[in-house]
Write a protein that binds this ligand. Sequence first.
Ligand code: TV7
Ligand code: CA
Ligand code: ZN
Length: 414
Amino acid sequence: MIQTESDSSKRVAYFYNRFIGKFHYGKEHPMKPKRIIMAHNLIVNYGLFRQMDVYLIREAQLQEIRKFHDPDYIIYLSQFMSQNKINFVKEYCSANNESVIPENLLEEFKLIIKWSQQQKVKTENSEFKVGDSPDNPTFSGLFSYCQLSSGASIDCAHSILTGQADIAINWSGGLHHAKKKEASGFCYINDIVLCILELLRVYVRVLYVDIDCHHGDGVEEAFYLTNRVMTLSFHQYGDDFYPGTGQLNSVGVGVGRYYSVNVPMKPGMSDEPYMEMFKKITSRVMQIYRPDCIVMQCGADSLSLDKLGGFNLSIKGHGACVQYMKSFGTPMILLGGGGYTIQNVSRCWAYETGIALGQQIDEAIPSNDIYYDNYSPDYLLHFPIRQNVENRNKTEDLNKIVATVYDYLSNIEN
Ligand code: TV7
Ligand code: CA
Ligand code: ZN
């Protein structure tokens, strides 16, 4: 392990619950929650675990989720709460003695009972169609999965706000496509929006940076009308690539105008041009916007060889973006997101956990990892990227994008 910075004295809060890795979207589905356990095992076996404050992820409460999502949509989704939990709550309450329910859970339990009675009525003829598209299937414990993922992102915000951490990490978050009352693109509850709303209780300006290969449409939409959040997404765009939004000229509306920044690119982006774009744009954004906090979605589907994404980044290139944002010294929250070649996702997020701690982790994958075989044939941290891939972005097109973004940003008053 190499110490990469003299003052690596950043306090890092890391949120994890192994239960998250046990949920299944379905056998053929590209989203595999198991990658969170794989990343965690690397983080433990690399010894990073011991240098962070590790917190057990809790489930976000219904009232917390309501800060962004539509109440009827939550009622609808809550039918996919694990039946165990509903039975547990019902048993607790049927003792007909509220005093046995812990004070902090009383309101939550009452709501669960009320809502589990309503849900039968509500879900018949429901306007919500979760499960109709294979992208967003229903599965056992779906709602608990959402509660855990968003509970962690909300607590990331708290650990930053209380000054307990300089950097907070939730690799099970980053589900950027979820809308106020709609599931889409493998996402059901938008943990990022809930996290940012929590930060806005204290901070004046929050910067959201999204390096997932897909456009961060749910987060952009939530804050499209405000200047208190600047959303910045780098993504693959064109040829019907999902979700199809995030054009260069989607800049926000009203007081939010110019506070939404999009960097649409064609497939084949490699480390060098990507980093150049990333640095040119984030440096200007930091200079002009001066955020109180940065929330970074580190979707790993922008890596080379991803099953869905078409970019060609190495782990070093992806991690360099995290390193660069860290270098501003602003409090930061790191979230997960996409990533569908799962042995590379776990490598990437372990490496980036190291970056948060100012440590460069060893090239050899620790041999005591129970997922060791997934890292064959080389058993190395950095995998070889695709060779002979054409970067379909011309330098002059990329320069034009930067010039246009600079032009938009110049409209922001200081
Ligand atoms: C953040 N691409 C999420 C990215 C969400 C991408 C899509 C799939 C896909 C779904 C499957 C599946 C798949 C091999 C890939 C227009 C459609 C085309 C469903 C088959 N295999 C993130 C969402 C994207 C589901 N959706 O940003 C079950 O690919 O392109 C689409 C929409 C309609 C639905 N069909 C795909 O990374 C976490 N889905 C296999 C089984
Ligand atoms: Ca993105
Ligand atoms: Zn993605």
